[in-house]
Write a protein that binds this ligand. Structure first.
Ligand SMILES: [Zn+2]
Length: 69
């Protein structure tokens, strides 16, 4: 899977889990509202596999562990 960049600011897009198995592709740049300023934000909702969700959750836990030290 290739990384996509924001069509509005060029920032690398991130997936934000909104529901079980569904992610919304958003721009992490705080100065940019993509895709909320697009009419068809629904196009940015993608099906996300369990394995991908678990990996993301695991990564987040590891990051939290590191911050405690
Ligand atoms: Zn952007």
């Amino acid at each position: 899977m290739s990384e996509k960049s924001c069509p509005q600011c060029g920032e690398e897009l991130k997936k934000c889990l909104i529901q079980q198995n569904y992610s919304l592709i958003i721009c992490p740049n705080e100065g940019c509202c993509y895709p909320f300023n697009e009419r068809e934000a629904i196009d940015n909702i993608v099906y996300t596999k369990d394995a991908e969700i678990l990996n993301a959750a695991k990564r987040r836990l590891e990051e939290e562990e590191q911050q405690k030290r």
